[in-house]
Design a protein around this ligand. Structure first.
Ligand SMILES: [Zn+2]
Length: 341
């Protein structure tokens, strides 16, 4: 085998052997010794070089070096394949390795918050009640002391489906439906979606969630309202939180108030606080004693029964609690955000 053709034959044979016979670490090593070892076939050919006529030496020497390099490269490649594929040449599964974690979803922070609020009020004896999102005028306006002339019925403030069917702008319709269905005592909270024709920005959305509470019984007073809401705020926002009532007006409650909680970011110490703007207080929602006209609308005896009602925006509570600056983040379904809760 002292011609270039003989060299090419060796290359073809060694390459075929590598593919067919070198199927594990052991047979691969045997292959290496046979072709590339210090007494291997490539070496043997190199020793023939000195016996060749001078004219043939350069081409033969060059070719044998190329073959050596090519076989060395093929050997390394084959070794890599066998290491990845495992000892038997099959796909290697290491049963002792920990598995790949499967990421499972969880409830959205809004749902989690509704459940948390419901749980806090359940401890105070409140049940959860639901009602329709598409509602008639009676349940969303008339029965809630908002007669036909009331400004809150302006089409600019509510989505009208027909002249008398409305996409509800608050969850108060549930209060009316529950009171129509049974006599006092009533202790309910009603969470759900509400819709308003607002332009979307950092604090507004055309759809958001509200939670309302209603407590009607003999002798229910403003003191009950203030106590329950204070307890709720401490349970939800933390024990250090203080609450205050500011007089306000709502058509369905009299007297009415807005509820503020103390700023948990700065406690009123920072004039540039982004959350309370230095006032030390954050507006949470509205509340008040149920207007007797509302109780009359559902045929309750207003001489015997009194009640309170309140309503909070759930997004606002979540934004306050977790210091989220923009309501839109809550609806974008970006898992990098959602995963944090
Ligand atoms: Zn503040």
């Amino acid at each position: 085998m002292n011609s270039i053709a003989g060299l090419d034959e060796l290359l073809a044979e060694a390459t075929a052997q590598l593919r067919e016979a070198a199927t594990n670490a052991e047979s691969l090593e045997q292959w290496r010794i046979r072709y590339l070892g210090s007494h291997g076939e490539v070496k043997a050919l190199m020793q023939q070089l000195k016996d060749l006529p001078p004219a043939e030496k350069p081409a033969f020497g060059k070719r044998i070096n190329e073959i050596k390099q090519e076989l060395t490269a093929s050997f390394k490649k084959r070794k890599g394949e066998l290491t990845t594929a495992g000892p038997a040449g099959k796909s290697a599964i290491d049963m002792t390795l920990p598995g790949t974690p499967v990421s499972i979803g969880h409830k959205h922070i809004i749902t989690q918050t509704i459940e948390e609020i419901a749980e806090i009020f359940a401890r105070m004896g409140f049940e959860v009640a639901y009602g329709p999102e598409v509602e008639d005028e009676w349940h969303i306006f008339d029965a809630l002391n908002m007669p036909a002339s009331h400004p809150a019925r302006d089409p600019l403030d509510s989505f009208y489906i027909t002249d008398s069917v409305i996409l509800r702008s608050e969850t108060s319709n549930v209060q009316i439906r529950v009171m129509e269905s049974k006599p006092p005592p009533i202790r309910i909270i009603s969470p759900g979606r509400v819709y308003r024709p607002d332009t979307v920005d950092a604090t507004h959305s055309f759809m958001f969630h509200q939670i309302e509470g209603l407590y009607v019984d003999e002798g229910v007073s403003m003191a009950d309202l203030k106590t329950h809401l204070d307890q709720f705020c401490k349970a939800y926002f933390g024990h250090g939180v203080a609450t205050r009532f500011r007089p306000h007006f709502f058509p369905f409650t009299e007297p009415s108030a807005e509820v503020d909680i103390s700023c948990h970011i700065c406690a009123g110490d920072r004039e540039d606080c982004p959350v309370c703007k230095g006032s030390g207080w954050i507006e949470l929602g509205g509340c008040g004693m149920v207007d007797p006209n509302v109780l009359k609308a559902v045929n309750y005896d207003t001489e015997k029964y009194t009640g309170y009602a309140f309503g909070f925006g759930i997004e606002r509570m979540v934004m306050r609690k977790y210091n989220i600056p923009d309501i839109r983040i809550l609806f974008e379904n970006d898992v990098r955000f959602l995963r944090q809760f």
